[in-house]
Design a protein around this ligand. Structure first.
Ligand code: FAD
Ligand code: DHB
Length: 389
């Protein structure tokens, strides 16, 4: 088989890139290791920046997002019994949209299928070849058949554990990592959200987040030990711990119920600065991971897709390689700022194992400064709604 861009990974990055390229008549094939059902069963991000909403529009996939997404003009931050609000629209001129990654992915699959886009599921043993030549190709096995795709470029959209980044020789790869000593236990429950805006909570027992998917579907997270597994936490224990971490007046509004999903995500900051290696371009989690505090993972995947899409359009329209050559530098300039914001929010809101009384006072002082200072709120709001592309 032959295509212009071979895309490894059928998560949000790979699908969005494929659909955007399609709108400009650029051909791609997506290779996905799992089934579509499996990809759609992963509950992940829930907050979309305007930049991602715009890309979904450009891809012709934003109708359901506009109909069903919830526009949020601000967020609440609590510490102990105190709580304050940061207004996004006032300080940054834009809101965010609450719409699950699962729905984004489902909309993108629907669009690719409607357009007759090529997606191969359940591929195994994907290998990238001759990336440092003008004629790269990808080999893989699907349902026992060995296949080969010749292409102009390979887009590595296969997440943190994918094959693309690992194909870059170690000596050429520049990577940075920080692992946080805790995880997030998340549950989904068919209950009304405790509040109509998100609540990020710093408490002496650790971080908590109250989020949502719709009027009767809530998403809650609590900071847990990195050694815990979801089976260690009954629903009753989860709700008791969440209540301990929220201000009393919010606890009064909390409706509990059985969890319909429960999972633990580790927290990590990771950047592979080698986002381009000859004919391979890394996008999204394949190139970088942020801790989830601040909801930047999916959104920074989208900004990579934007830069790569524009670069490939230039190349196929007029043969210019200027934006292709600048891809890593352009994408990284934003990625490092997003990494800083996610690290800052994580540092502000979690309880660290080695945290001293002094460190806790510093967190409270920073929260009180944020609460009382418009410039600090503006800085947070501008980062939260998304830095410009
Ligand atoms: P992925 O979504 O990881 O997609 C990569 C795809 O590539 C997958 O479908 C995978 O099956 C496929 N793949 C992997 N290897 C291969 C291979 N060798 N061949 C073919 N296909 C392959 N972000 C937030 O903002 N908020 C959150 O609450 C949040 N929660 C998260 C919870 C978890 C458990 C994880 C892992 C991430 C979470 N994130 C969250 C981050 C966010 O979901 C990611 O940033 C986003 O999914 C990145 O999209 P992506 O397409 O780049 O990568
Ligand atoms: C969600 C996840 C986040 O990491 C975040 O900062 C906000 C919301 C969510 O899953 O809804």
């Amino acid at each position: 088989m032959k295509t212009q861009v071979c895309i490894i990974g059928g998560g949000p990055s790979g699908l969005l890139l494929s659909q955007l390229l399609h709108t400009r008549g650029i051909d791609s094939i997506v290779l996905e290791r799992k089934t579509k059902q499996y990809v759609l069963s992963r509950i992940r991000a829930g907050v979309l920046e305007q930049g991602l909403v715009d890309l979904m529009e450009q891809a012709g996939c934003a109708d359901r997002l506009h109909a069903e997404g919830f526009v949020h003009d601000g967020t609440l931050i609590s510490y102990g019994q105190e709580m304050f609000r940061v207004d996004f629209t006032e300080h940054a001129g834009r809101p965010v949209v609450v719409y699950g990654q699962t729905e984004v992915t489902a909309d993108l699959y629907a669009a690719r299928e409607a357009a007759g886009g090529a997606i191969e599921f359940e591929v195994e043993d994907v290998e990238l070849h001759d990336l440092d030549t003008d004629a790269p190709y990808v080999t893989y096995r699907v349902h026992g058949d060995d296949r080969r795709i010749d292409c102009d470029f390979v887009a590595g959209c296969d997440g943190f554990h994918g094959v693309s980044r690992k194909t870059i020789p170690t000596k050429d790869r520049k990577e940075f990592e920080k692992v946080y000593p805790f995880g997030w236990l998340g549950i989904l429950s068919e209950t009304p959200p405790v509040n109509d805006e998100l609540i990020y909570a710093n408490s002496p027992s650790g971080f908590a987040l109250c989020s949502m998917r719709n009027d009767n579907l809530s998403r809650y997270y609590i900071q847990v030990s990195m050694y815990d597994s979801p089976e260690d936490w009954s629903d009753a224990q989860f709700w008791a711990e969440l209540k301990r971490r929220l201000p009393a007046d919010q606890v009064g509004n909390l409706v509990t119920g059985p969890s319909i999903e429960k999972s633990i995500a580790p927290l990590r900051s990771f950047v592979c600065e080698t986002m381009r290696w000859h004919r391979l371009f890394l996008c999204g989690d394949a190139a970088h991971i942020v801790p989830p505090t601040g909801a930047k993972g999916l959104n920074s995947a989208a900004s990579d897709v934007h830069y790569l899409f524009e670069a490939l359009c230039d190349f196929y329209k007029g043969g210019s390689t200027a934006r292709i050559d600048a891809y890593a530098q352009t994408a990284l300039a934003r990625i490092w700022k997003v990494s800083r914001f996610s690290w800052w929010m994580s540092s502000l809101l979690h309880r660290f194992p080695e945290q001293s009384e002094f460190d806790s006072r510093m967190q409270i002082a920073e929260l009180e400064f944020l609460r009382s200072n418009r410039a600090a709120q503006a800085a947070m709001a501008q980062n939260y709604v998304g830095l410009p592309y």
